[in-house]
Design a binder for this molecule. Structure first.
Ligand code: ABU
Length: 497
């Protein structure tokens, strides 16, 4: 611990260790009370909206030369909690993560207390073995034979998708590792127009270029159009380019659509393309006997992104990339740094798994998920998934025929439900030429009101020809039917004029 020489206003008579212990205990008390218990109470607000200028004044973000007292720091901590959004609050239904899982939280805190870096067995013995077990179990659930293959925990689904592109490219031309892009023809990959933006972003990062991400049309339910996919593969071949990968999506970000994986897998087999499935969002459905058929065909993939911090509500971040190809991550990325990955260590150095990552230092994101899984069992995870799908269906049923609501997709496949709210003043104007323009302004206005009141958080966006619509996301299995009705009525209240 840092031990400042100056006198401090509090705990001053205690030896430093005791002062720090008291400081930590008081800090944890604040976090438990303000962030965990009050922060997730339906009686409290999801957020206290403050504009950036005012927040800058209230929080005093500036750093100073001298130290702060523990009392000052505890006050600062209270403010950090106060002005932060309570993403574990039941009415935070804004993003593809939410909820506050007690086991996940404790394990996250344990991770931070131990502060490991998961690259070598000597530094992270528990987490190295834990990662291997969890990744193998996840591969088995995906359907890879006997759970065999490769895998890693990554800092987010975007990076997992990037690893998939890197592995696919390596498989296509292993020379890439030494010779770089000079060894390659123009590579082309295919993904749907509704896919996550990380596919384009990481293609740019990896030197493939966004122009070489060919976007495939989606149908009226947001699923990849396989005929168009075949057409675009043929187009790339006729251009003399080298198609190497299809990134399908299982649970698109906005609509929650599942691409037809079996059909896409057959196309990939025919053209010898790597099949990646971005199941960052929808992957959680695999643990449910009732819902796993949404991802039928995923077992034919070469790689899968699956984020337990999404549908399975592990704390941020908990993202994985799972591969059917053993050893491909190390083959594509290792550089054998002699100061970390010495081969003459006293134990089997196959347990020094860090070199297959592009990161060096790395958090133990596995612990929170493993601990939650231990606490609930696979059957508990399944119950959770079934409940959130039930909630989403109940919400959709509640608004489908309710005056003022209109579904974007009538039968959502995942637990994101997209809809318009049409205020009374607009309901008779559907034939007007400016109707879409006016409807486009409704969701941002309602969102502004809910943010200012702090009563709930739900996001909105425009997509393709559609004016702004709401996307409400369910992944907190602590919610029930009364909450679903609350959301409906709250949107009506906020949008009444
Ligand atoms: N991959 C995160 C997507 C963010 C969101 O729309 O919730």
């Amino acid at each position: 611990f840092y031990q400042p020489s100056q006198k401090r206003a509090s705990f001053e008579s205690l030896p430093n260790r005791e002062r720090h212990e008291e400081f930590i205990r008081k800090s944890v008390e604040i976090l438990l009370k303000d962030a965990v218990f009050e922060g997730t109470s339906r009686n409290n607000r999801v957020l206290q909206w403050t504009c950036p200028e005012e927040l800058s004044r209230l929080m005093e973000f500036g750093l100073k030369n001298g130290p702060s007292t523990h009392e000052e720091l505890l006050e600062i901590l209270k403010k950090v909690v106060n002005y932060s959004v309570k993403t574990g609050h039941p009415y935070f239904v804004n993003q593809l993560f939410s909820s506050l899982d007690p086991y996940g939280l404790v394990a996250q805190w344990a991770t931070d207390a131990l502060n490991p870096s998961v690259y070598t067995y000597e530094v992270s013995p528990v987490f190295i073995l834990m990662e291997e077990v969890v990744l193998k179990e996840m591969r088995s659930i995906v359907g890879f034979e006997a759970g065999r293959g490769d895998g890693i925990f990554c800092p987010g689904g975007s990076i997992a998708n990037g690893y998939a592109i890197s592995c696919a490219r390596y498989k296509f031309q292993p020379d890439i590792k030494r010779k770089g892009l000079h060894s390659l023809p123009r590579l082309v990959l295919f993904t749907s127009e509704d896919a996550h933006y990380s596919i384009k972003k990481l293609s740019s990062f990896l030197g493939i270029g966004t122009d070489n991400v060919y976007l495939i049309r989606t149908d009226d339910r947001g699923r990849m159009d396989v005929t168009h996919l075949i057409g675009q593969i043929e187009r790339s071949l006729s251009e003399g380019a080298a198609p190497f990968m299809v990134s399908a999506t299982a649970g698109t970000t906005v609509i929650g659509a599942f691409d037809p994986l079996n059909e896409i897998a057959s196309v990939c087999e025919k053209y010898k393309l790597w099949l990646h499935v971005d199941a960052a969002w929808g992957g959680g459905a695999l643990v449910s006997g009732k819902h796993k058929s949404l991802l039928k065909g995923i077992e034919r993939a070469d790689s899968v992104t699956w984020n337990p911090h999404k549908l399975l509500t592990a704390p941020q971040q908990c993202s994985t990339l799972l591969l059917r190809h053993e050893g491909i991550l190390a083959a594509a990325h290792s550089t054998n740094a002699a100061y970390l990955f010495q081969k003459d260590k006293s134990y089997d150095t196959k347990f020094d798994t860090g070199d297959k990552h592009i990161q060096c230092g790395r958090r133990a994101d596995v612990l929170k998920f493993w601990f939650m899984w231990k606490a609930k069992g696979t059957s508990g995870l399944e119950k959770h998934i079934n409940k959130v799908f039930e909630n989403a269906a109940y919400f959709a049923d509640s608004i489908r025929n309710r005056e003022g609501f209109e579904m974007v997709i009538d039968q959502p496949e995942c637990t994101n439900v997209c809809f318009w709210y049409i205020p009374e003043s607009l309901r008779s104007c559907k034939q007007d030429s400016d109707y879409k323009e006016r409807l486009h302004k409704v969701a941002p206005k309602i969102k502004e009101r809910m943010m200012k009141e702090g009563s709930m958080m739900v996001t909105y966006q425009a997509q393709k020809q559609h004016p702004n619509f709401f996307r409400i996301v369910f992944q907190n299995s602590g919610l029930d039917k009364a909450d679903m009705i609350h959301f409906v009525e709250e949107i009506e209240r906020l949008g009444k004029d």
